[in-house]
Design a protein around this ligand. Structure first.
Ligand SMILES: N[C@@H](CCC(=O)N[C@@H](CS)C(=O)NCC(=O)O)C(=O)O
Length: 252
């Protein structure tokens, strides 16, 4: 018979285990996918550490452990969890204050809309890199057509599913914040005419402490500097007294 190892439950070993399992998020300050993980961590009031890396010059240890060479990754007890949605799923499985609904069909449906949210986030990225006005406008319209579909399925608020904050809210909040900033450079605003429910939803999400705290006052300037580096059509709308348009083109 296999003897079970006795579990040492004294306070020191519980503390040690907690410390060992404390998640560490590897982040790049401007990444909207990282923000998803951070919103989930904050919503669940999880103690976590965060390490920032520079994606323009990623450290070797990061390139060694990140299979896609992308952030976010979450380090937990010697394990590497990657992809923002998977990280949020893990946090939802491991910690109380559930994001996912109990109902299996609703849960699967929510997962589908989180995926859709990722496609919307990619549109917001492409909007910052497209160089020609026509290409920029095409991506912008692609995004708005996606949002037409979200408008058709969203609840009457305040959140995607109704009263309960969920994974889909986590998935879309960073997109809405970036669209606010882009909207200062280009008329890309979500309007009451085309997307009345999304407009309300966006307002609710951007007012949440878990979201607001992630976008300190200097964040917009950093984001505009990133847009400038990308030298796309959108960067032409930046104030050229403040932003030097001769800067070398880079993604990060
Ligand atoms: N599907 C990934 C996307 C993450 C992603 O694209 N992260 C970007 C920063 S926002 C990145 O790390 N890019 C590095 C690179 O492409 O070299 C997720 O959901 O986590």
């Amino acid at each position: 018979m296999i003897q079970e190892k006795p579990v040492n439950n004294d306070l020191t070993s519980v503390k040690l285990r907690e410390e060992y399992m404390k998640p560490k998020l590897i982040s790049f300050k401007l990444c909207p996918f990282v923000k998803r993980a951070e919103i989930a961590l904050r919503y669940k009031a999880i103690q976590y550490e965060i390490d920032y890396i520079d994606l323009a010059n990623p450290p070797e240890w990061f390139m060694d452990i990140s299979p896609f060479k992308k952030v976010p990754i979450l380090l937990v007890g010697g394990h590497v969890i990657f992809e923002s949605t998977v990280i949020c799923e893990y946090l939802d499985d491991a910690y109380p204050n559930k994001l996912h609904p109990d109902d299996l069909i609703l849960r699967a449906e929510n997962r589908s809309w989180v995926e859709f949210g990722s496609a919307c986030l990619w549109d917001s990225f492409y909007m910052t890199v497209k160089e020609e006005k026509d290409d920029f406008c095409r991506v912008r319209e692609d995004l708005f057509i996606k949002l037409d579909q979200v408008e058709r399925v969203i609840s009457n608020g305040p959140f995607f599913n109704g009263n309960k904050f969920s994974f889909v809210d986590v998935g879309f909040a960073p997109l809405f914040q970036l669209l606010e900033y882009i909207g200062e450079l280009n008329p890309i605003k979500i309007t009451a005419k085309r997307h009345p429910k999304i407009l309300e939803w966006k307002k609710q999400l951007l007012e949440l402490k878990e979201v607001k705290d992630l976008y300190p006052p200097d964040f917009k300037e950093l984001y505009f500097e990133q847009i400038l580096k990308r030298q796309g059509y959108l960067s032409k709308s930046l104030d050229n007294r403040k932003y030097d348009s001769s800067i070398k083109k880079r993604i990060y």
